[in-house]
Design a protein around this ligand. Structure first.
Ligand SMILES: Cc1ncc(COP(=O)(O)O)c(C=O)c1O
Length: 379
């Protein structure tokens, strides 16, 4: 069959009845990190998706190879993983709900608690901005309305403004710690104070995707907050510290009055048998994972110290990435990085997020910064 001009036109005009929900036209499309660029004579590096540069642990590869029952559906409750996590975190297995990545777990939560109501009102979900770019998409798809509260100039959450943004329509608040893409954590004291200002009927999600990389002693621990606050939901993932991003496995931790509803919204079989086995094996080899994470944390320190030695402002980096608030110079810097075969993440005219990667990649990134004269300003 040949494609004529008319065929192309026809493809662009939606057939009657195929129009999407109006919200679809309003949502930004998730822009995944760019793949590494090919530059003759240079090894390329992908520093654009906050991935873990280490290959899977040998034991994890063995577990993946051994998970042979792919003709069967996975355990919809991820029982083995939840039991392992229960011992690891010292929380009841019933309080854990797994998902296809922590993004899957977040979508389940939003689908459960925030959306349109029969009386025509729309629920509100408050979160800091800029933060994880999937938030507006997930909130919009759930049918709820995003209330974005600008970050402080140093890349931290403005918790006062977030508390003031609460209305009777607020159903969920998302706290991202460390915040993607800027890097700072929320402290225990800050979150405790904040929670005192939030009605107990509002769910507070503590998204700790980068929790493994946190080395700030004052940083909040979501699990501690969940233990003392019935309205807290913690999100964690095996994508970052454990390096299983390609397998899609994450989870939420919350109390029974919340989890029992989450299980209704949970996508059946979202976590494959392979992903579950790999996650279980990662937990059993936690020491080896921690050793790798520590190497990345040491690299993060080297990168931050290198940037600060150049006089650059870098918000407190507690994830596996650094934020450069380059403003209008953002596209220029990203293009220069590309010339060095480094794929970085540019956000409009706001800034560039650079993942801590292989040692050589980090060294090349620092060398590029040393030649760049327009140092990032605060924010
Ligand atoms: C803050 C934050 N939360 C959640 C996620 C989702 O991670 P995953 O779905 O791979 O667990 C990411 C991924 O980049 C993230 O940055």
């Amino acid at each position: 069959m040949t494609t004529t001009e008319n065929d192309t036109d026809a493809a662009e005009v939606p057939a009657p009845g195929t129009a999407p929900r109006p919200v679809i036209g309003k949502l930004p499309q998730y822009a995944a990190g760019k793949p590494p660029v090919v530059v003759e004579g240079l090894q390329s590096y992908k520093l654009s998706s906050n991935e873990n540069p280490f290959p899977p642990l040998p034991a994890v590869l063995d577990a993946i190879n051994a998970a042979a029952t792919v003709n069967r559906y996975p355990d919809p409750l991820s029982t083995a993983l939840r039991n392992e996590l229960s011992a690891f975190l010292d929380v009841p297995a019933e309080d854990i709900v797994t998902g296809g990545g922590s993004l899957g777990a977040l979508n389940q939560l939003l689908a459960t608690f925030a959306g349109q109501n029969p009386d025509g009102t729309t629920d509100e979900v408050i979160y800091a901005w800029r933060s994880f770019e999937a938030y507006p998409i997930s909130v919009g798809l759930a049918g709820a309305e995003s209330v974005q509260v600008p970050l402080n100039a140093d890349g931290t959450h403005n918790l006062d403004a977030m508390a003031e943004a609460i209305t009777e329509r607020t159903k969920v608040i998302l706290l991202c710690t460390p915040n993607n893409p800027t890097g700072p954590v929320l402290t225990t004291a800050q979150v405790e104070n904040f929670l005192r200002r939030v009605p107990s009927s509002v769910i507070v999600v503590i998204d700790e995707a980068y929790e493994d990389f946190v080395r700030d002693d004052d940083a909040v621990n979501g699990i501690d907050m969940y233990r003392s606050h019935p309205n807290v939901v913690v999100l964690r993932t095996f994508s970052k510290g454990a390096g299983l991003a390609g397998l899609r496995v994450g989870y939420s931790v919350s109390h029974a009055p919340i989890t029992r509803h989450l299980r209704v919204a949970a996508v059946p079989f979202a976590v494959s048998t392979i992903a579950e086995q790999a996650a279980v094996t990662s937990l059993r080899h936690h020491d080896e994972i921690v050793e790798r994470i520590q190497r990345l944390v040491a690299e993060r320190t080297r990168v931050v110290e290198g940037l600060e030695a150049l006089g650059w402002f870098v918000p407190a980096a507690q994830g596996n990435f650094v934020w450069l608030g380059l403003g209008e110079n953002t596209p220029e810097f990203a293009a220069l990085a590309e010339e060095q075969a480094l794929a970085v993440r540019a956000f409009g005219n706001e800034g560039v997020r650079v993942t801590i990667g292989e040692e050589e990649a980090n060294t090349r990134f620092l060398a590029l910064c040393a030649t760049y004269t327009k140092a990032p300003r605060v924010s």
